[in-house]
Design a protein around this ligand. Sequence first.
Ligand SMILES: Cc1cc2nc3c(=O)[nH]c(=O)nc-3n(C[C@H](O)[C@H](O)[C@H](O)COP(=O)(O)OP(=O)(O)OC[C@H]3O[C@@H](n4cnc5c(N)ncnc54)[C@H](O)[C@@H]3O)c2cc1C
Length: 391
Amino acid sequence: MTRTPDIVIFGAGIAGLWAFNRLKRAGYDVLLLESRAIGCGQTIASQGIVHSGLKYAFAGQVNALAKSISAMPDLWRDALAGVGPVDLSAARMNASSQHLLIPSGFMGGLVKLVTKKALGGNVHEVAKKDWPQDINDSGFKGSVIYMDEPVLDVPSVLEALVAPYRDSACMIDTPDDPMGFLARHDIAPKRIIYTGAASNHAIAKLNGDDKGLKTQARPLLMGFIKNAPFPLYAHCVGTSDKPVATITTHTTQDGALVWYLGGAVAERDKDSDPQAVYTATKDMLRKYMPKIDMSAFEWGVLPIDRIEGKSDTQNHLPDTPTVHKAGDALYCWPTKLTFAPMLSDMILKDLAENQIAPSGKISDFSDLKRAEITSTPWDDIGKETSWKKDV
Ligand SMILES: Cc1cc2nc3c(=O)[nH]c(=O)nc-3n(C[C@H](O)[C@H](O)[C@H](O)COP(=O)(O)OP(=O)(O)OC[C@H]3O[C@@H](n4cnc5c(N)ncnc54)[C@H](O)[C@@H]3O)c2cc1C
């Protein structure tokens, strides 16, 4: 017999998962289909930062992106406290806030002025006597700014979003033919939501839904440093509109601390020389935190694209999530992990406008294989290649 869930979602990254959890909680009958493993794309590769907008104000002006994203930390904090539209009370944060490190003589005054004015109390300078001990001991000289930017433990967020509804989060074995999969399994939803990131555009084309659709991929070669000396969550500001490095800290399964590096050190083609990422990172550390002992460092890289709707500005990201509507399908890109709640609001608005109400039923998908949660990139390095020694 044909199953008629309200909604099928293709792609279990943060976009699909957040929408899945939110729609299930609202009483919709939803099937989430994943081609590899839950969270395995950009989501697990993300640094887990819930941006407040400060990073996007480095150019000395607060742009539309900085403004639209500044409401997000409160939404995530509500969810983490179990009082938001999704319940993330079982998830963890790696850090409840971040720091901005502005070396002496840099554009600090301008950044502080602009961001404080536009982003309110989410940012303030930390008096030298209150600096975190590790930053003090690292030899850093300049201003330390507190930023209201939680850093998520992404695997625990994935688990919290999927756990209540595991039976409806399943695998698709023909991701290039999503409609064929539904037909073969007698599944006929009222609405289809595509959150497959890189695959979305090709599927829109296959479905004849790509008129007016524009997307972009911006490459990164992210850096890892194993045996990091202390946990650090910071944007290191330079003279351009991008931080020289954005550093978050993660722990491998064997207990090693890993610094994960984005920002300018990682802004390069995916096939460029990996050693250059490490060299740029060490140069940055020598300048910003000269007392750090680098002798035990091991390193690796992760080539990856950021996939999103196309921005009008060269090599920049859109100000909000992108939703492309065609017939009964929505093709969605959150733009940032931070924006997942806003993307779900947009999806719910579309459902309401089209009178697609929650049916309150729960279809049986026990014939489909359950989807599992992905491993992390900092654990995969050790398995798939090997950490490189500092020579
Ligand atoms: C290195 C890096 C660091 C980042 N750091 C941050 C950060 O700190 N903070 C922040 O806010 N944002 C960050 N971002 C951006 C953020 O990670 C992405 O915007 C977000 O994760 C995208 O989520 P998504 O669900 O659209 O895509 P993905 O996470 O890529 O998920 C897509 C999923 O769909 C699956 N899939 C693909 N095709 C199909 C199909 N046909 N059928 C079924 N499943 C399919 C894939 O296997 C995958 O699991 C970062 C991005 C990168 C690359």
